[in-house]
Design a protein around this ligand. Structure first.
Ligand code: FES
Length: 388
C-alpha cells in the first residue's frame, strides 16, 4: 500500500501492521479466527427462525434446531446456490426453500427430494462449531478443532444484561484502552472537569494487558484487555467495592464495520434495575438513536451540546463515542495518525498485535493467551496508591 503524507510518499508497510483487514486471507482475519467470537444475542434467535449472518467478512446461516441448540452452516445451498436462511428447520436440520435439499448441523446433505437416485452423501456445505454462553452465541471460524470456549466466572452474576450495537467503523477503532478521550469526549458537559488526563502504563499479561486508572473522584476503572478483541472492565467504587462488571467484544463484520457485544453482570437486583431504568428505551432503540444523533452531528446539522440538552445518561455517552469513532479516518489512513504519550496503552497493544501478526506471517509459534480463572485485583485502591 502506498500512502502520501504531507506530499511525501511512504512505501509499503508490512502486512503485519495492518490491523483493519479481517477477511479470511488477511493476517488479522486469520488471527481473529483462532479465537471463538460472539456473533449473536442468544435471546434474539428463536427456535426454527434461521438468520443470515455476516461476521469477519464471512457469510453463513445461523439457526436454532427444535431441541433449542444453535447451529451454524454455510450461507448457500450447494444445489443452485440460493440463500439458505429462508428455508425451514426440521428437527436439527435445515431444508432449502428452493428444491428442498436438506442439511444436518455438520453441513452434510441428507435429503434431495427431486432426485430418483440421490447423491447427497457426496454433498456437504461448510459448518462451524457453535456454543451458547453468557446470553451470547459464539462461533469458531478457524481451521481444525476449536480450542475450549473461554469462560468468565467473574461475570456469571445472578443479574446479567446483554446488549449489542452496530458501529460503522473498523473494530480496531473501538478497542478501548484510550483513557485520554474520557476528559474530552465525555466531559464536555463540564469543561472545568477536563483537566489534563494522566495516562497510566499498561502491562502485558498472560491474557493480554492490564490497565488501571481513576475514572473519577469516586470510581476506579480496571480494564483487562484479552487478546485479540475482548475487554473486561470493572468499576470499583472506593474503597474497593465492585459495582459492575462489563465484558465487551468488538467483532468485525467487515473491514469497515463491526458489532459490539456487551455482557454486564450486576451484584444485586437493585443495581440491575437501576441500570435498566437509566436507559429509558429498549437497547436497540437506544443504539439506533445514538447512531442517528451521531450522523447528524457529523453532518454538521446538530452539535453535541444540543444532544446533551435534549437527552440524558448513557444515550449521550453512546452518541459521543459514535461521533468520535465513526468520524475517524478510513482504514487506509490509519498510519497517518500521530500517537503520543497519551496513547501509551494503545501503542503498547499495537506492538503486541504486530509481534503476533508477524509471527503468524512467518509461520512461527504464537503466544498461547491464557485467561486466569478470575480477573480481580485483590486491592485496587492499593494498586492505585489510594489510602482509603
Ligand atoms: S437451490 Fe437449494 S435445493 Fe435447489
Amino acid at each position: 500500500m502506498t500512502i502520501i503524507e504531507h506530499g511525501r510518499h511512504q512505501t509499503s508497510y508490512p502486512e503485519w501492521t495492518d490491523f483493519c483487514s479481517i477477511g479470511p486471507d488477511a493476517l488479522m482475519g486469520r488471527w481473529l479466527r483462532t479465537f471463538w467470537q460472539p456473533i449473536y444475542v442468544a435471546a434474539d434467535l428463536p427456535v426454527a427462525y434461521p438468520k443470515p449472518i455476516k461476521m469477519l467478512d464471512q457469510q453463513f446461516t445461523l439457526y436454532r434446531g427444535r431441541s433449542g441448540d444453535p447451529h451454524a452452516v454455510g450461507f448457500r445451498c450447494a444445489h443452485r446456490r440460493t440463500q439458505l436462511s429462508p428455508g425451514w428447520v426440521e428437527g436439527e436440520n435445515i431444508r432449502c426453500i428452493f428444491h428442498g435439499w436438506m442439511y444436518d448441523p455438520e453441513g452434510q446433505c441428507v435429503d434431495q427430494p427431486a432426485e430418483p437416485e440421490p447423491f447427497h452423501a457426496e454433498i456437504r456445505i461448510p459448518a462451524f462449531p457453535v456454543e451458547e454462553y453468557l446470553g451470547l452465541i459464539f462461533v469458531y471460524l478457524g481451521d481444525g478443532p476449536p480450542p475450549p470456549l473461554q469462560r468468565f466466572p467473574d461475570v456469571e452474576a445472578p443479574f446479567m444484561a446483554v446488549d449489542t450495537k452496530y458501529r460503522e467503523t473498523s473494530f480496531y477503532n473501538h478497542l478501548a484502552l484510550d483513557r485520554a478521550h474520557v476528559n474530552f469526549t465525555h466531559f464536555h458537559r463540564a469543561p472545568e472537569a477536563r483537566g489534563r488526563p494522566t495516562v497510566p502504563d499498561a502491562e502485558e499479561t498472560e491474557w493480554g494487558m492490564n490497565y488501571v486508572y481513576e475514572a473519577d473522584s469516586k470510581t476506579d476503572k480496571v480494564t483487562y484487555f484479552g487478546m485479540p478483541n475482548v475487554t473486561a472492565e470493572m468499576n470499583f467504587t472506593r474503597p474497593g467495592r465492585r459495582a459492575e462488571t462489563q465484558l465487551r467484544w468488538r467483532v468485525p463484520i467487515d473491514d469497515e464495520t463491526h458489532r459490539d457485544f456487551t455482557v454486564r453482570g450486576f451484584p444485586s437486583e437493585a443495581e440491575y434495575e437501576s441500570w435498566h431504568q437509566s436507559r429509558g428505551t429498549t437497547q436497540q432503540e437506544h443504539n439506533e438513536k445514538a447512531r442517528e444523533l451521531a450522523r447528524l452531528i457529523l453532518a454538521g446539522e446538530l452539535r453535541i451540546e444540543d444532544v446533551t440538552r435534549m437527552e440524558k445518561g448513557n444515550l449521550v455517552g453512546n452518541t459521543e463515542d459514535n461521533v468520535t469513532q465513526v468520524g475517524m479516518m478510513p482504514n487506509s489512513e490509519r498510519r497517518l495518525e500521530h500517537l503520543g504519550q497519551g496513547d501509551k496503552p494503545l501503542i503498547f497493544r499495537n506492538g503486541i498485535f504486530e509481534r503476533e501478526l508477524r509471527a503468524l506471517s512467518e509461520g512461527r509459534e504464537l503466544k498461547p493467551w491464557y485467561r486466569p480463572e478470575r480477573l480481580e485485583f485483590d486491592n485496587v485502591s492499593k494498586f492505585l496508591g489510594h489510602t482509603s
